[in-house]
Design a binder for this molecule. Sequence first.
Ligand code: NAD
Ligand code: UPG
Length: 445
Amino acid sequence: MKLAVIGTGYVGLVSGVCFSELGNDVICVDHLKEKVALLNKGEVPIYEPGLKELIASNKSEGRLQFTTDLPEAVRQSDIIIIAVGTPSLPSGKANLSYIEQAAREIGLAMNGFKIIATKSTVPVGTNEHIQTIIASQTAFPFEVASVPEFLREGTAVQDTLHPDRIVIGTSGETARKYLTELHRPLTEHIMSTDIRSAEMIKYASNAFLAAKISFINEIANICEKVGADVTEVAEGMGYDHRIGSSFLKAGIGYGGSCFPKDTQALIQIAGQMDYDFKLLKSVVDVNRDQRFNVIRKLEASLGDLAGRTVAIWGLAFKPETDDVRDAPAFEIIDALVKRGANVKAYDPIATANFRQQFGESGVVYCADAEEAAIQADALCILTEWKEFRDIKPLSIQSWLRTPNLIDGRNIYSEHELANTQLIYYSVGRPNMNHGVKEQKPLLSL
Ligand SMILES: NC(=O)c1ccc[n+]([C@@H]2O[C@H](COP(=O)([O-])OP(=O)(O)OC[C@H]3O[C@@H](n4cnc5c(N)ncnc54)[C@H](O)[C@@H]3O)[C@@H](O)[C@H]2O)c1
Ligand SMILES: O=c1ccn([C@@H]2O[C@H](COP(=O)(O)OP(=O)(O)O[C@H]3O[C@H](CO)[C@@H](O)[C@H](O)[C@H]3O)[C@@H](O)[C@H]2O)c(=O)[nH]1
């Protein structure tokens, strides 16, 4: 099939490349000239495992092109996939200006029947809005569909080639037939539904996963008070198939370009219909507060943070990505700087992106994990990169000036800490003090 993909971000680029891998002719379009120039040179503007190799092989097979010329890409294609950003407005509502602009440009470029499928995450009703915009620009026939994307950053290629399901929401029979055929090689779980339900499936899925994370984080906070271990609790819960074991990792709260924005957008969507989504509002509140537990633990350990040196390992919102959108590191480092601490930060991949947004004020960016930790009064682990897991706690102890370790991602086990002198705080697990697990006094019942 001949496809145009509008937007070469995490979703558009990965989807476009994977569709070309399946044998389709794909033209990826972006309005950012520098991005397209980079891609045409064989470079990849984002870090995503496996992507660079797939781009190179599909380009050399002649199935994959990059351009800024949206009209020409539309004219040459039968299916147009919209994958532009839908970031949050200050109100929390989704900013649909990129979607609307893309729809207008598609409408103007039409030269025959087209299928227009939206992979961007958009509020319920948006695809009908897209239909109206395109119809206002062209007399050529077309059908629209909502095909929400469920890939995760860091495993985007793998997720796209092996999705749990594909959801196709449309009222157009031709769109349903061709989009089913396009996705058929990826999975047998192709769900066909109406447009509004497809749009809602995406928000409901992200909101549910966010709720699981906030739930386990609250359980972790209670575990800390009663002397239980949240990793044991999550394992015990996860064996129940009705609950499942995924998304029960307690930590410093969710970040990234999706959960924070999509939970806010769903609250707004509900609110516009006079529905107060109380549960989701609490999920968001719990998440916002969870990251400050790192600061509370630092203060419990060091007292006043003014003049103290705090090392930070991990700036990306999760491992295996250079994306720092809504990363908990922003608020944590900002709170440290405001308290007068000197911050030394390191991330294996995301430092440049973080530095560009946060700036230099109060933060020294380090070239490796050791440089950040050396002579610091405490180390905080904010992202569970494998590189950090591979570092022995005894090395950390030898680098720090005072042996305070705040592990925001529970990467070390009690066993690994047993022979150290570290004062170790994690999330929802007993603190360790010089290799000894802190015991809670008998609970009064
Ligand atoms: N990032 C993810 O993991 C993920 C996963 C699933 C769904 N989504 C959703 O997919 C959408 C895209 O997300 P992303 O992370 O890929 O965004 P992104 O910001 O990384 O990329 C969007 C790209 O679209 C380009 N663009 C915007 N308007 C354009 C236009 N009119 N013509 C051509 N190019 C245009 C931008 O220049 C940018 O390169 C969002 O709605 C997001 O919520 C994202
Ligand atoms: O048990 C867990 C799982 C995740 N997280 C955090 O949750 C955030 C999001 O993680 P993840 O879902 O792995 O990454 P994303 O790339 O943001 O992917 C989510 O958002 C995408 C955009 O909508 C969806 O397509 C995906 O299905 C959905 O998982 C990160 O900060 C993680 O640290 C936890 O704290 N505990």
